[in-house]
Design a protein around this ligand. Structure first.
Ligand SMILES: C[S@@+](CC[C@H](N)C(=O)[O-])C[C@H]1O[C@@H](n2cnc3c(N)ncnc32)[C@H](O)[C@@H]1O
Length: 291
């Protein structure tokens, strides 16, 4: 039912919202205006097309303009909506966590190829953030147990909600700690360590889109002067934690594949291989311990 308070309908709000977002140089202005209005109205986005004359209450309009204003300031759409879809799961996001990226689905795909044939595998997701990777892996591999680690308690709070919402609490355990430190008691028992670590060189962060540099957690982005500060530690510590034949699988930055492959070779990893993302960038790297 429509509770109208003025002649301002969906079509008018979308046009004006799009105009304001275009003026703020938002490339996906129309699409974002649709998402924001659909959220305010509690409707699927598609329904906006069915009822362009539907009137919006004063309260609804106020909420819409407030969200448009935040988007004009380049706050990421996903933080305004409160979610991002990732490998078929709706992942709740807040500014405490990195917004899961479409390319990271390629990391999950590769991990599932390796884990699915194993009998009762155990994996660690290092730097779990929203828990997107841990949830996607556990959802795809019904026998898998995942330890999901992050040093950010705020991120773990978001991840806990996502694990619960996906019904995976029995198989995804969230652990607070510094990289691989919480895994010490499992030494030699892990089938996989998977990670999308912070890998951006500190110096490039200010040149990233405002959505990223101004809003996403610095801890999730900053990989130190050459981008490899966290990756070096993971590569050095992983061999002592993986079982023989176990895999280290990481997402990495552009042009890091050669360097990371050398680091892995120096730590004794074998069968080191990289895979490209949808843009053709060598984005993922894996290697095995022993076996
Ligand atoms: C690039 S984000 C990845 C988040 C999530 N896994 C994803 O792919 O969407 C990196 C994550 O690593 C975490 N992190 C950074 N340094 C860490 C450390 N020393 N120990 C544990 N987690 C860390 C950050 O808090 C952040 O959640």
């Amino acid at each position: 039912m429509t509770t109208a308070t003025s002649g301002l309908g969906v079509g008018v709000l979308l046009r004006e919202g799009t105009r304001r977002l275009e003026a703020a140089a938002i490339p996906t202005a129309r699409q974002d205006a649709e998402w924001l209005l659909a959220t305010v109205l509690g409707l699927p986005r598609f329904d906006l097309y069915l009822e362009p004359a539907r009137e919006v209450t004063a309260g609804g309009r106020d909420r819409f303009w407030a969200l448009v204003g935040r988007r004009q300031a380049h706050e990421p759409l996903q933080y305004l909506l409160g979610f991002e879809d990732f490998v078929g799961l709706r992942i709740r996001v807040t500014p405490a966590v990195l917004i899961p990226r479409p390319e990271t689905e390629g990391l999950v795909e590769w991990a599932v190829e390796i884990l699915a044939p194993l009998d009762g595998p155990v994996a660690a997701d290092v730097g779990t953030g929203s828990g997107a990777i841990a949830c996607a892996l556990a959802a795809a591999c019904p026998a898998l147990e995942v330890l999901a680690i992050d040093s950010s308690l705020a991120a773990l709070g978001v991840a806990a909600g996502n694990v619960r919402a996906a019904g995976l609490s029995a198989r995804v355990r969230l652990v607070a700690g510094d990289l691989l430190a919480p895994l010490a008691s499992l030494a030699g028992g892990l089938d996989m360590i998977v990670s999308n670590p912070p890998y951006l060189p500190t110096g490039i962060i200010p040149s990233l889109p405002r959505e990223v540099a101004g809003f996403e957690p610095r801890l999730a982005l900053d990989g130190g002067p050459d981008g490899l500060r966290v990756i070096r530690r993971i590569v050095a510590e992983a061999p002592g934690l993986l079982r023989s034949g176990g895999t280290l699988l990481m997402e990495i930055g552009e042009e890091q594949a050669g360097l990371v492959a050398s680091l892995m070779a120096a730590e004794g990893f074998s069968r080191i291989a990289a895979r490209r993302d949808l843009r053709g960038v060598e984005r993922f790297i894996a290697g095995q311990v022993g076996g």
